[in-house]
Design a binder for this molecule. Structure first.
Ligand code: CA
Length: 358
């Protein structure tokens, strides 16, 4: 039997051994709180956030725990950037064009009308200088920003009437937020923003003539296909990328292995959201067409596309004049897209064209 002193000595010995053991020291649990723009259990977007947190938890053997607050909890769906910047939350998931009123240059990191497709834009982010420009924008706010999942090419929206010329856009009341709304206003339409929960009734009662949401992936559950006959192809959000935000002070407190686990979890869940959306759009479109075979898919006529393109170019030029960084980002995107698009045209586009009329 050990004496009391002997027991104490043994205990001190064991504790010292444990503390010297990296496996033991590594068991410290780091907890991060994330605020998302979306309501609880929101499909696809919300699932991407959950999968990121699950991956981080499993890959770190439970050392990195991320809890998610949806909009019902924090009540500030469009205030995610501010909450992460101030440290009220450690992380956020949102879309950067929601805070364009505060930081105008943030719009370039979601998607731009007539801009890059999703594969082109991912090329720009990860290999074409996009991430560096995003760091340049956010570093002065003490925030790190990462791609947070892509919706792919969004549909141009649901219309009650066919659009045959620019004249048909005059006074057209359409729910279309952001930069694209400004472009449409330039050609005579009346963009409005209406909360998601009121959109169906607004379109049904003709309070608005048209609206855009996402694409079949998320439009199906909104039911717009039941009340509007025309589904236009997209021009305004060819590659809408969501955003993960991390408070820089919090990030710096994480050990390097957990930083890497977090980085990989965000990147993988973002890619996966793109794949998930693609799948859901294909399946949901099949469902819509079965339920409502008369839905008419339309593309805006060339005259309308020309007018929208010109308004878009004018607006971009105006923005470039107000901010050197906007000018730099625009130039980077334009030169990258020029090269990437040539490749898209002789690869995916040529392949699909070659099958046409088979
Ligand atoms: Ca949209």
């Amino acid at each position: 039997m050990l004496s009391t002193f002997g027991k104490k000595l043994a205990l001190v010995f064991l504790v010292s051994l444990a503390l010297l053991n990296p496996a033991f020291a590594a068991q410290k649990v780091y907890r991060l709180r994330l605020a998302e723009t979306w309501p609880p259990n929101f499909p696809i977007f919300g699932e991407a956030v959950k999968s990121m947190a699950d991956m981080a938890d499993k890959m770190s053997s439970g050392r990195l725990k991320i809890t998610i607050d949806s909009k019902n909890k924090h009540k500030a769906p469009l205030g995610i950037f501010d909450m992460v910047r101030s440290g009220q939350y450690d992380m956020g998931h949102s879309a950067s064009y929601y805070w364009k009123g505060k930081i105008m240059e943030s719009i370039y990191f979601t998607t731009m009308p007539f801009g890059m497709t999703t594969p082109e834009q991912y090329g720009w982010f990860y290999y074409g200088g996009g991430m560096q420009l995003m760091d340049k924008l956010y570093s002065k706010y003490g925030v790190l920003s990462f791609p947070g999942g892509n919706t792919g090419n969004q549909m141009g929206g649901w219309f009650q009437k066919e659009i045959k010329s620019v004249a048909d856009l005059q006074g057209l009341k359409m729910r279309i937020p952001g930069f694209a709304g400004e472009v449409l206003a330039r050609v005579g339409a009346k963009p409005t923003n209406i909360p998601a929960g009121e959109l169906y009734t607004a379109l049904e009662r003709r309070t608005i003539d048209a609206l855009e949401w996402v694409g079949p992936s998320l439009d199906l559950r909104m039911g717009f296909h039941k009340i509007a006959p025309y589904y236009y192809t997209g021009w305004h959000e060819p590659a809408a990328e969501l955003q993960f935000l991390v408070n820089k002070r919090k990030w710096d407190q994480l050990p390097p292995d957990l930083q890497e686990i977090l980085r990989v979890s965000m990147r993988l869940s973002a890619y996966d959201m793109y794949i998930h959306t693609y799948h859901a759009s294909a399946m949901n479109w099949a469902t819509m067409k079965t339920q409502y075979p008369d839905i008419k898919v339309r593309t805006f006529p060339k005259s309308v596309m020309r007018a929208l393109r010109k308004a878009n170019a004018d607006l971009l030029a105006e923005q470039a004049k107000t901010s050197p960084l906007a000018k730099e980002i625009q130039a980077s995107q334009a030169s990258y897209m020029k090269k990437a698009r040539v490749w898209t045209e002789i690869s995916d586009k040529a392949y699909l064209d070659s099958l046409a009329g088979k």
